[in-house]
Each structure stands twice: as structure tokens, then as C-alpha cells.
Ligand binder design. Structure first.
Ligand SMILES: [Zn+2]
Length: 301
């Protein structure tokens, strides 16, 4: 990896999105009928994985899917077009097409098996399908909308408003003080599974302001310096994770127990031991495909 490259899984999508060409319906249709084009089926948000790899199919396989299955254009690489097809449309039976050649696997499990390029492509497809599923109606007038531009947007036939896939910004912060970092967990995580604290950026707020507010609300910690590191598209379902390292004024914790069940300061030595796979006080660090882990690793360098 180049030193200036984003270290995060789901980032660095290798496809060219061709935003100008895909507005042309004929371009998308032509690519869809090209036998060299590749399609990735997702079943209820899970990608097809076959033989330890992402289970891309040739475009001809689209005939096996129902006519109303949603198809999205994902981009082009080396003149090969990539599409996603949502295999989980209402008309489908309980099993998806091509389940016999592999397994429709949860993305979090697939993340440690398939290539990072393929994971980024699949994350984009999942993001779009989830958005289409939840945005069938026009937010202005309530009419049913149509997907256009290879699924990159929807348009309302009544009021002509165009609707675009949304990204929900989240500030995620590794707070630091005196060679310790602050990790915590919400009540829905098992004891010991600790991570960097995070929260959605609210209306009228910068990510830095959200970082300061969240850490103070959840842990009672005042941040004095908030430094942006990198970001991550996180398709569960549509978060843009914005990662910060930040200095804390002191280590006193006042937890909001509705949000945070456990939080503690962990020393740099213990973090390095945990990153080496050693046991420390029953703590489990977040997996590598999370931006929280990447923030911890960046600090521990
Ligand atoms: Zn409308």
C-alpha cells in the first residue's frame, strides 16, 4: 500500500464510476448485454462467495434472475463493466440463484476472505440496493420514483425531482491522554469488545464539532485537539465514517450509561500487546476491516 493511500477496507474502489456515460441509458443497456461484463449477485445484502473469492458471474447469468430484480451499474475496470443484481426481490423463492456454486455470505465474514478490491465493489452494490429499497417514494410529493443512470439516482415522474443515494457522516474518535487511548462499548456489545467512540454528525455541525460533542456526552471527556486521519465508506447501511485522533484534557470518565456500558483508558504498551495477539485483561480490539482498528493501529505506530 502506498503511504498516502487510505488504509481502510471498503475504501479504494478500483472501478471508474463513469458518471457522465451512465446517464445514457443506451450505454448501460449495451454494457449489460456485453458477455464480458460481470455481475455480482447479493441475496438479502449478502454477496455470493465461491471458492474463497467473490462470486462474480458473467452477464449472461442475468437470465436466471427475475425480470424485476434490481440491477445497478458499479463501474468499469480494464474495459470490463461491473454490475450488481439484487437476488432477494419479493418474487424470489427462499433460495437464490447460483447458491449451489458457493455461499451467500455476510459481508463482515466475507471481508476477511475476498480481496479488498472486490469488497469495495460489493460494498458499493449493497449500499445502492439498500438505498433503493428504502427510497421508492419521492420525498417531495410521495409518488413512486424510477431508478435511472444505472441505479445511481432515482427520478420522480410527477414532480421531476431527482434523488441521490445518501451518505450519513459519523465522527469516530480515538481519544488520547498521557500514552493511553479511550475505548468503550455500547450495551449491545459483549463485555471486553471495546472500540473507538463514535456518533452521527448532526444538522449544522462539522465532523470535528460532532467528535467533541459525542466524547463529552458519552464519556464526560473534553477534547482539546481533534485531528482528522482518514475516512471509510461503511455500507451498514450508509455511513461515511470520519476518523480522528484527539487529545483529551484529562482521564476522568463520566459515562452516559444509556449509550456506554463500559469504557476505559488502555496504555500504549497494552495496545501493542493486544495488536500482537496477546491477552490483556479480557479486551478484544475491533477487527481489521473497521476504521476503529485502523485508528488504533495508526496511533500505535
Ligand atoms: Zn415527486
Amino acid at each position: 500500500m502506498k503511504p498516502d493511500q487510505n488504509p481502510n477496507w471498503f475504501a479504494n474502489n478500483p472501478l471508474e464510476r463513469l458518471n457522465n456515460e451512465k446517464d445514457n441509458a443506451a450505454f448501460v443497456a449495451e454494457r449489460l448485454s456485453d458477455p464480458n461484463s460481470r455481475i455480482m449477485p447479493l441475496w438479502r445484502g449478502d454477496p455470493l462467495v465461491a471458492g474463497g473469492k467473490a462470486g462474480f458471474l458473467s452477464a449472461a447469468a442475468l437470465a436466471e434472475f427475475p425480470k424485476d430484480a434490481a440491477v445497478v451499474f458499479l463501474g468499469l475496470r480494464e474495459n470490463i463493466a461491473y454490475f450488481g443484481v439484487d437476488a432477494s426481490s419479493a418474487q424470489m423463492a427462499e433460495t437464490a440463484p447460483f447458491a449451489d456454486i458457493g455461499e451467500y455470505m455476510a459481508i463482515r465474514a466475507a471481508a476477511s476472505i475476498i480481496s479488498r478490491d472486490d469488497l469495495a465493489i460489493i460494498g458499493h452494490a449493497r449500499w445502492l440496493f439498500e438505498w433503493h429499497r428504502k427510497h421508492r417514494h419521492c420525498a417531495v410529493c410521495g409518488a413512486l420514483t424510477d431508478a435511472i443512470a444505472g441505479g445511481a439516482k432515482r427520478v420522480c415522474p410527477d414532480c421531476e425531482t431527482q434523488h441521490f443515494p445518501r451518505s450519513d457522516p459519523v465522527a469516530i474518535v480515538l481519544a488520547l491522554h498521557d500514552n493511553h487511548c479511550l475505548l468503550g462499548r455500547g450495551p449491545h456489545f459483549p463485555p471486553g469488545f471495546l472500540s473507538a467512540l463514535a456518533g452521527f454528525v448532526e444538522a449544522g455541525e462539522t465532523p470535528e464539532e460532532a467528535a467533541k460533542r459525542e466524547i463529552f456526552e458519552e464519556a464526560g471527556v473534553t477534547l482539546t485537539d481533534v485531528r482528522y486521519q482518514f475516512s471509510q465508506p461503511w455500507p451498514f447501511p450508509s455511513s461515511l465514517m470520519i476518523g480522528f485522533l484527539a487529545d483529551a484534557a484529562d482521564k476522568t470518565l463520566t459515562l452516559d450509561t444509556d449509550e456506554i456500558e463500559e469504557a476505559k483508558w488502555i496504555s500504549l504498551n497494552d495496545i501493542r500487546a493486544l495488536l500482537n495477539g496477546e491477552e490483556r485483561d479480557g479486551v478484544f480490539l475491533p477487527p481489521q476491516f473497521t476504521i476503529a482498528r485502523q485508528l488504533i493501529e495508526r496511533w500505535a505506530e
